[in-house]
Design a protein around this ligand. Sequence first.
Ligand code: ZN
Length: 432
Amino acid sequence: MNSINQEFLNFLQHSPTPFHAVTNMASKLIDNNFQKLEERDSWDIQPGRYYVTRNQSSIVAFVLGEKIPLETGIRLVGAHTDSPCLRVKPNPVIRKHSYLQLGVEVYGGVLLNPWYDRDLGLAGRVTLAKGSAIHNLLINFNSSVGVIPSLAIHLDRGVNDSRSINPQQHIPPILMQADDEETIESILLDQIHKEYGDSENGRILGYELSFYDRNPPAIIGLQDEFIAGARLDNLLSCYIGLQSLIDAGDQSLCILVCNDHEEVGSTSASGALGPFLKSVIERLIPDTETRHRVIDRSLLISTDNAHGIHPNYDDRHDANHGPILNQGPVIKINANQRYATNSETEAFFANICEQQEIPFQKFINRSDLMCGSTIGPLTASEIGVKTLDVGVPTFAMHSIRELAGTRDSDYLLRALTAFFSATEVPGALSWV
Ligand code: ZN
């Protein structure tokens, strides 16, 4: 099997926001004979390949196989499209000492330090009005337009021991040295005209724009061991899930769900605690009794990155559970249900890996550290499906540049492709 990594890097570079990620996923699905559905239309679904989006930032893609779902159950893979970032405020312009800066909100659990001294781009969704009609436009300032310069060490001698960052005061990026005329609307309209010409004029009534690192993702390491890039959490899982669905067979019902808003708790119409996935399943299997029976025969693999043990900070891990990069996907376990894995679902995934000769690892947090969470437990609670949480081990989660292993993405792809391609009820492999 060819490595997925180069294609993934290309996807990652062109997906600075969830809106762009979903757009790029959709166009790859179209290229692979998936048909777009609209939630507002009535659906007459025959066996085949389909996808539907919500808010332009969440996507459900599925293959409805030849066999009825009661025979095969549903094979689900989940991931999330959003990543921690800096989001431009509604009235963002700040002028100080000749500089024009933009005030930003911190979206999710951003590791703030690495945002300093980066060449920042700006991208997202702008909503415009032309007359009384309103429409959305995805934009990308695909040039380095912002920077958050560090304070020089000479002005803060204790910086390496104790610099804390106040996001209100210390984080607004500098965009330019500007006269007094610039407003956020004029800055955005200038860029829109540059990208699209005069056809996209209109009044800007709203936007969701985020800064991102313009440094492209790369394969690094003396032996090309590592993938370095922003948003590996969790676009890596989205892309691997997408490719495995495209490679799925045409027998079972297979679903990929990638939700927005995981980094801020998932409570939204398009988040994992919203009704998006549930409504798709209800439309595919309208009869309540049948649906409940199918769900009991189904399984969700929730994919989101794990913490690899860091050689400089290995005391942050339980000594017996320190996943290592390039040694296989990690099954994530937490007794307090921060992860949805149980012994059955864990065994199911381990069994797939053993059959495919894929190495795998297990992660549990130190008992004195609060455990993170992801969409697995939330989706399990929403639709009642057996679930496990897995992911590739990474360093620097939520940094502006994270690190994963080049071999792990291929291992996970093989595991998910094997999962999607099988035809028996998922449960039957590990429990009867
Ligand atoms: Zn994540």
